[in-house]
Design a protein around this ligand. Structure first.
Ligand SMILES: CC(=O)SCCNC(=O)CCNC(=O)[C@H](O)C(C)(C)COP(=O)(O)OP(=O)(O)OC[C@H]1O[C@@H](n2cnc3c(N)ncnc32)[C@H](O)[C@@H]1OP(=O)(O)O
Ligand SMILES: O=C([O-])CC(=O)C(=O)O
Length: 374
């Protein structure tokens, strides 16, 4: 007889990982032993991806080699390229990414190998391709002509350039780069778990990433950042506090609050709140930032809940000029670093992930022929 299940697998240790660690009581997050507060604002996304995928913060030489690999990996492949226009007309952004990553696998030189070397190459290519897929999708649906990525620019700078159509200033690039660092990995979150379950059948990296994208999309996970912005847009700034109280009294969840692991402030939210405030001040219109602060106060007073990573990310992306329905795709651009690293880690020491279930259905049913059922 199986043990009683823990609903939602709360507190169940489902895998060992050397990639990231959380102290949910103290509000701490580490990537391979480095405190997120030490990395944020000091380490680029490219360095962070190297740390996760390859195990160390790169030396200058390693970073140059990894940067060249990323720049060389930006080809999407003929099948994905050809299908972007039709997909952009029919699928919402996260659906499109799920499809496009799958299509990109068709032209991946390493698609038939799960060797450690092939996985490292695929991890770099997927990390390089994801921002480009988002940008190409956006260009196809808007009809805009976008510049090709500049090999001299970072992933953050190229992405802002391609999405907004203007050259971002240094401060904007630094802020967006920090966002990418903050979202890169987060232990056994739902999308990473989905990727590991897929990889543990000895399926390939692209299949695992498709599973992860589909899982990130939901509003209880990565999809929450888009919903935060939709909530802000739907509220009247002069009555935001009362509106949030009413929603909570009606039993509604407020997107961007609460977390399975953090019982205190999410350390990523500390940085995102500050960046949201800086961008709001610079924009000359801090309405959404002020509304967010008021929401935060009311949700804490009423439910004792803290903002999670998605809450202030929403206004940061908004102030950076990123369209609201691309917020979750932006999350995937960053989390690609972590997902791919988890697939590498899973394949390196694999066992099929197959938990048990508790049967709660009927027993001892008597079979009847079709004509006698009713
Ligand atoms: C990158 C990320 O994935 S971060 C999370 C992004 N998701 C969101 O922001 C969606 C809103 N938040 C939530 O739905 C949840 O807090 C989750 C999914 C993040 C965590 O879920 P769980 O650990 O399963 O907590 P659960 O949903 O059971 O909530 C526990 C209690 O807090 C309440 N609660 C949790 N989050 C919220 C919220 N955002 N607004 C209002 N109430 C909430 C629940 O209603 C529940 O109350 P009850 O015990 O009276 O029924
Ligand atoms: O860890 C989680 O459950 C969700 C989260 O914050 C993330 O994936 O960044």
């Amino acid at each position: 007889m199986a043990d009683k299940p823990t609903k939602g697998l709360a507190d169940v240790v489902a895998a060992s990982t050397a990639l990231s660690d959380i102290d949910g009581q103290a509000g701490l997050l580490f990537y391979r032993g480095y405190d997120i507060h030490d990395l944020a604002g000091r380490t680029t996304f490219e360095e962070t991806a190297h740390l996760l995928q390859r195990g160390n913060l790169p030396t200058g030489e390693q970073l140059a080699a990894y940067g060249a690999q990323l720049a060389g990996g930006r080809e999407l492949g003929a099948l994905a390229e050809a299908d972007i226009p039709e997909i952009a007309g029919k699928q919402a952004p996260m659906e499109a990414l799920r499809t496009l990553v799958s299509l990109a696998s068709a032209d991946d030189a390493d698609k038939d190998s799960n060797s450690p070397e092939a996985n490292l190459r695929k991890a770099a290519r997927l990390t390089a391709q994801q921002p480009l897929l988002v940008a190409r999708y956006h260009a196809a649906r808007t009809g805009a002509t976008i510049p090709e990525p500049d090999p001299e620019l970072s992933i953050a700078a190229n992405f802002l350039l391609q999405i907004t159509g203007r050259t971002p200033d240094r401060h904007e690039v630094e802020i967006f780069d920090t966002c990418l660092v903050l979202h890169a990995d987060h232990t056994m979150n739902a999308s990473t778990f989905a990727a590991r379950v897929c990889a543990a059948t000895l399926s390939d990296m692209h299949s695992a990433i498709v599973a992860a994208i589909g899982t990130l999309k939901g509003p209880l996970h990565g999809g929450a950042n888009e919903q935060v912005m939709r909530t802000l847009e739907s509220l009247d700034p002069s009555t935001v506090g009362q509106a949030v109280r009413d929603k909570l009294a009606a039993g509604e969840k407020i997107m961007g609050f609460g977390h399975r692991v953090y019982k205190t402030e999410d350390p990523r939210a500390t940085h995102l709140r500050k960046m949201s405030q800086d961008l709001a001040d610079a924009s000359g219109d801090d309405t959404y930032y002020r509304m967010s602060k008021e929401m935060e106060e009311v949700v804490f007073e009423t439910k004792g809940l803290y903002p999670n990573v998605d809450f202030y990310a929403a206004t940061v992306y908004h102030y950076l000029g990123i369209p609201t329905d691309l917020f979750t795709p932006v999350f995937s651009v960053s989390r690609m670093a972590g997902w791919t690293a988890h697939v590498i880690e899973q394949h390196a020491d694999n066992r099929l992930i197959r938990p048990d279930s508790e049967y709660v259905g009927e027993r001892d049913q008597k079979w009847k022929p079709l004509a006698e059922r009713g």
